[in-house]
Design a protein around this ligand. Sequence first.
Ligand code: IMP
Ligand code: MG
Length: 178
Amino acid sequence: MRNDIERVLIDEEVIEKRLDTMAAEIERNFPEGPLVVIILLKGALVFAADLLRRVPRVLEIECLNVASYHGGVESSGRVDFLDRHFPEVRGHHVLLLDDILDTGRTLHAVKERLLEEGAEAVHTAVLLAKDKQRAEEVSADYVGFEIGDEFVVGYGLDYQGKYRNLPYVGVLKLSVTH
Ligand code: IMP
Ligand code: MG
């Protein structure tokens, strides 16, 4: 697997330190009371598991399956909700977790849906945010790292379903994607 990586962008130790401070920010900022966390599958799985164990409060954890990339390296421009049931969020503060903010379509669409479903407020956290013009007017309340506009894998992020279990964020060799 390591052979497919051109370079490591953010190593494991740096990610772990940042998650400590992100978790502390989240813990500090959230009002008392029930908090529902929504994990966007599958990309936010690794980030969420590592972040949430650092947040010392009672949480309810739900997962949502959405698709926008359909396995390639560019956004398809459409966000599909793939679950039959939508989590109950009426009247709750929601913390929405995704792996990366790219065009912004995913976070925007899911946030809108959560508000439609009656969430009291929707806060968003992403491990990574690409420094680029977004297709939708959206930003994340908590950002782990700002990165350049390039395709990355690891720490939950995939290329055609693979590389999610890399413990760091890296860039694939051109020979893998071409
Ligand atoms: P957005 O809707 O364009 O903001 O894209 C969000 C989704 O696209 C993320 O949840 C990822 O699954 C996927 N994505 C965007 N950029 C990358 C990348 O560089 N590597 C892997 N997946 C990405
Ligand atoms: Mg993906």
